[in-house]
Design a protein around this ligand. Structure first.
Ligand code: AKB
Length: 320
């Protein structure tokens, strides 16, 4: 097997931070090129400052390192994206087009494109939302992801480029903070809890959304990318599910360990976005095609989040 050289865009983001380390372990530190808009001082490994909306800049990196796979994580998320819709469309599409084109022209073997539950809108069954639902996204981020899924499929059909994609639910991890999404509350809440602070939630208590613990999200990504080509029957983007819950259920799970934790609710513009998203996801195609199976439920995820954040902030090795 020839050596894979991986380029990750948006490597300093929530998922990128953790995925980069996993890929370094798998392929070797020297064979993973992390990149983002700004230099990351604390980063260990190969790093390039890269604005993916600049085609010549990404081309130079692909040629310099003889890149064979690209994980394109750079994007503006749902809530931040609504503040400047046209700019969000521009950035999210231009960066992906540059990744697709550089891959087509310079023999990249595989591309990973993260899609999202944000591709679904008000016209779907909100419980167990099927893989092949009618996509009418309500945010520019969602529109760009739905378009991106179809462009990935187009490059596969037309040029044979091996583009693979997952529709991530809200990702929850202790290693990094999300930036500008609608599901961000489900990470912020843990940081407040371990610091003995009250948490004001920007969604109401009963807003059920699909979420996934970081380990499951990373494992799904790698399992999809490693699956034999003939097993991939969905060339737009696969639904994947972790566990679904609402802010009240999450607060209750946290209170089992932090009984004094307090939460209040003050819904803002993100409530409308969340109301248009599924409550749970049918991921049976991913299960059937490449044996996907989530491992973390609400309780296990809460335990692991609290244990790790207690260590980080309070140097307190709690046993749960
Ligand atoms: C967001 O909330 O925008 C993201 C997502 C679900 O894609 N976390």
């Amino acid at each position: 097997m020839s050596q894979e050289i991986i380029l990750i865009t948006g490597s300093s983001g929530q998922l990128g931070t953790v995925l980069t380390k996993k890929l370094q372990k798998k392929y070797g530190v020297d064979n993973v090129i992390a990149s983002d808009l700004r230099y990351d001082r604390d980063f260990n490994g190969q790093f390039e400052v890269l604005d993916v909306s600049n085609f010549e800049a990404i081309k130079a990196i692909v040629l310099k390192y003889k890149i064979t796979q690209i994980y394109h994580l750079a994007a503006i998320l749902s809530a931040n994206g609504e503040k400047a819709p046209l700019n969000t469309w521009d950035i999210n599409m231009k960066t992906f087009f540059n990744v697709l084109e550089v891959s087509r022209l310079y023999n990249i073997k595989k591309v990973f494109f993260p899609s999202s539950i944000a591709v679904f809108g008000n016209n779907v069954e909100r419980l167990n939302t099927p893989q092949s639902s009618n996509l009418t996204p309500t945010t520019v981020y969602g529109i760009s992801k739905a378009a991106g899924e179809n462009w990935g499929n187009y490059y596969y059909e037309k040029y044979g480029l091996d583009v693979r994609s997952l529709r991530y639910p809200g990702v929850i991890g202790y290693q990094s903070l999300p930036g500008g999404g609608t599901t961000d509350y489900a990470v912020d809440i843990f940081h407040k809890a371990v610091n003995n602070q009250k948490f004001e939630c920007f969604l109401n208590a009963s807003t059920m959304l699909p979420m996934i613990y970081m380990d499951d999200a990373i494992r799904a990504t790698l399992e999809l990318m490693e699956a034999p080509k003939e097993k991939i029957t969905v060339r737009t983007s696969y639904n994947i599910a972790g566990c679904s819950f609402n802010p009240k259920q999450l607060a209750t799970a946290i209170k089992e360990i932090h009984p004094n934790f307090e939460i209040t609710y003050k819904p803002d513009f993100r409530q409308d976005i969340a109301n248009s998203w599924p409550m749970s996801i049918d991921d049976s195609d991913a299960k059937k095609d490449w044996d996907w199976q989530p491992k973390f439920d609400l309780k296990l995820m809460t335990d692991v989040m609290l244990r790790n954040l207690e260590l980080k902030y309070n140097n307190n090795p709690i046993t749960i």
